[in-house]
Design a protein around this ligand. Structure first.
Ligand SMILES: Cc1cc2nc3c(=O)[nH]c(=O)nc-3n(C[C@H](O)[C@H](O)[C@H](O)COP(=O)(O)OP(=O)(O)OC[C@H]3O[C@@H](n4cnc5c(N)ncnc54)[C@H](O)[C@@H]3O)c2cc1C
Length: 370
């Protein structure tokens, strides 16, 4: 391939979404991915699209997160038709269950604020909740319902994005690690792998929690691994499909399984599972859904989310190297935000106006005075 216009470092969901969006603008794109690293976040993810269910209080990213979710209603059918890959988009809503009066008050407060912003969330009383989720604990007092939230299948989405990107001329090199980027003056001019040096017009760092480990960056990147542990149980036969948040954990139905999670652990790049955390997750899930009490456990795993100090992603150019881009730090919301991140990066890199307010995700927020 001739030198790429844009070289993307990292082929998780974020790199894949950026590759497709950039290739669609006519750019020559090269995506380099180190391959199946233990702990890669996308493969470990629950795949929820939960802009409202996973937010409390006045979140500056809420409207971006809503638009990110809604983008999938158009993108998924288009990708499925183009690639033949089923992405499993499900948008029948997420409930956050209250087990105490204090939980119920907090959730009703969220509903009040979210409805003021125009989002159609609602309170379900105990009977309405049980009609929707018959297997839920009889101790549940009610729930916050975000009726348009949902989930999709991250491995299928990534396959479809890569297939669509390559159909638009992008090249994928898997099993190769970018060791460093080469900066001259205020320009990044190349990246180096064990296979040699690759000149590129622009470079996008999308290497998940490993983004800060790419050599040669002009400044330390505020991205750190945040481990999330998960388990899969058999979903009780006859129980309707659901996504339920409660007690700092969640249960979602996917492919005949109950996917239960998760933890938020700062343990460095250690992607192992621990009995203690898995037991806690299972106890929580069985409290929420007593029907899971006897369900056999099928798998357990962990992934490393790319976290940032303020919980918001880092999307945009380096303050002093304007052709070096960051698309990383998506924390708990990387599946939700992948497609919109691709759109934003494609617009920024090709000098087009961005439709969204991206100041809350600006890379400069960590390095310059406000
Ligand atoms: C347990 C768990 C549950 C989650 N649930 C949800 C959810 O329900 N909804 C949601 O929206 N988000 C969820 N997330 C978060 C989401 O999965 C992540 O934010 C997202 O997958 C991050 O994608 P990424 O492409 O940045 O990183 P990754 O998927 O980790 O991909 C990074 C890629 O970069 C490659 N790489 C690293 N270094 C280099 C290098 N030097 N050169 C080349 N390649 C390199 C790696 O091999 C890897 O393939 C969850 C995460 C976890 C762990």
């Amino acid at each position: 391939m001739a030198d790429p216009d844009t070289l993307i470092v990292g082929g998780g969901i974020i790199g894949a979404a950026c590759a497709r969006a950039l290739a669609a603008t006519g750019q020559r794109v090269l995506l380099i991915d180190a391959g199946s690293k233990p702990g890669a976040a996308t493969a470990a993810s629950a795949g929820m699209l939960a802009p409202l269910a996973d937010t409390h209080g006045q979140d500056p990213l809420l409207s971006l997160r809503i638009r990110a979710r809604d983008l999938y209603r158009e993108l998924v059918p288009a990708l499925e038709e183009e690639t033949g890959i089923e992405i499993g988009l499900w948008t029948d809503g997420i409930v956050q269950v209250a087990f105490t009066a204090a939980d119920a008050d907090r959730l009703k407060g969220d509903i009040a604020w979210q409805r003021q912003q125009g989002f159609p969330v609602d309170w379900l009383g105990a009977d309405e909740l049980r009609a929707r989720c018959p297997g839920i604990s009889p101790e549940a007092l009610g729930a916050h319902l975000s009726p348009e939230d949902g989930a999709l299948e991250p491995p299928a989405l990534i396959d479809a994005l890569i297939r669509s990107a390559t159909a638009r001329g992008a090249t994928l090199r898997r099993g190769e690690r970018v060791e460093d980027v080469v900066i001259e003056g205020d320009r990044v001019i190349a990246a180096r792998t064990a296979g040699g040096r690759i000149e590129a017009g622009q470079v996008v760092i999308a290497a998940g929690c490993w983004s800060g480990r790419v050599g040669g960056l002009p400044r330390p990147l505020s991205v750190e691994p945040v481990r999330g542990q998960m388990a899969a149980l058999e979903w009780p036969p006859g129980e309707p499909r659901a996504i339920v948040f409660a007690d700092h954990g969640y249960v979602l139905t996917r492919g005949g399984e109950a996917i239960v999670g998760s933890t938020m652990e700062h343990v460095g790049f250690d992607a192992s599972v621990t009995n203690e955390a898995i037991n806690r997750i299972l106890t929580n899930a069985r409290r929420v859904y007593p029907a899971l009490e006897l369900a056999p456990e099928r798998r357990r795993w962990a992934g490393l989310r790319p976290g940032t100090p303020d919980g918001r992603p880092i999307i945009g150019c380096d303050p002093q190297v304007p052709n070096l881009w960051y698309a990383t730090g998506h924390g708990r919301n990387g599946i939700l935000l992948a497609a919109i991140t691709g759109q934003i990066i494609a617009a920024l890199v090709s000098g087009q106006p961005v439709e969204h307010n991206v100041s809350p995700v600006s890379p400069a927020r960590f390095w310059t005075e406000p």
